[in-house]
Design a protein around this ligand. Structure first.
Ligand code: BTN
Length: 253
């Protein structure tokens, strides 16, 4: 990938491309233990052998077909209680990138930061923050975006850009992804969270729609109303508003 064609100030300017690695998030941590952190540094791989998903799950991605990357930001301007702002920023940026390439498609963000095309997951995000003195010292933003993969073994809810009509290459997506992420990250840094929060809610899967869901014990009908700044979600049920944290509620795709 020719980084000079990427129109960013710092995102992706330092780019390491590895043929094969266990997990780009792990490798970023290892790299940081031996090097001074560089804001906007990216590690990408063609083949990830132990990709990690949220809360201990794994991430499968066919070699050479998809974007598998970890981006390092140094958001020292964010206190720990506001770390979810970064999730909002990244999820919305991926949404924006995909919408540019597939304008006719229904693209949504599924709380907290999955990206869906027509109710199927096209992208997952794993953000790992380093916290010290109650502020974010660094954030490793792992992104797995399915671009060209056409077959998903045992993953009926997975999809890719190609399965939705995308005919271009991976590098064009990477370039726009870096540009969108940096633009929105700079908005966040400049205190424009309200803009990002509104946009995130505008594209939030299931918002204001009555849906069947589960709280891990019982199924119930509810309506997503709002995602709060601490990352929890508020759901209106027949008699009251319930608040859930990540993985405490499941939406059916
Ligand atoms: C999820 O939806 O569960 C999150 C998936 C995150 C996958 C990406 S791929 C690049 C980076 N390295 C990892 O090991 N995981 C993230």
């Amino acid at each position: 990938m020719d980084t000079s064609s990427i129109n960013t100030l710092f995102t992706g300017k330092f780019l390491m491309q590895l043929n094969e690695i266990d997990s780009t998030n792990n490798f970023m941590k290892l790299w940081m233990s031996n090097n001074k952190p560089i804001e906007g540094a990216v590690i990408m791989t063609y083949k990830q052998t132990s990709g990690r998903g949220q809360l201990g799950t794994s991430w499968q991605s066919e070699p050479f077909k998809n974007i598998i990357m970890s981006l390092l930001y140094i958001p020292k301007f964010l206190p720990v209680q506001k770390q979810f702002y970064l999730s909002i920023c990244i999820a919305y940026s991926i949404y924006e990138t995909l919408k540019e390439f597939l304008p006719e498609k229904l693209i949504e963000v599924k709380w907290p930061n999955d990206i869906l095309i027509d109710n199927k997951k096209v992208c997952g995000v794993l953000i790992e923050n380093g916290i010290q003195n109650a502020v974010l010292q660094y954030s490793i933003i792992g992104i797995g975006l399915n671009v060209l993969q056409e077959y998903f073994f045992n993953l009926p809810q997975a999809t890719s850009m190609k399965l939705n009509g995308y005919e271009g290459d991976i590098n064009s997506v990477i370039k726009r992804l870096f540009e969108c992420i940096e633009k929105n990250y700079l908005l966040l840094k400049n205190g424009q969270i309200q803009v990002l929060r509104d946009r995130y809610h505008d594209v939030l899967f299931g918002k204001d729609k009555l849906m069947k869901m589960s709280d891990l014990k019982n199924e119930f009908w509810g309506t997503i109303r709002k995602v709060l700044d601490d990352g929890s979600i508020q759901i209106e049920t027949s008699n009251h508003i319930r608040t859930f944290y990540h993985k405490e509620v499941i939406f059916f795709l």
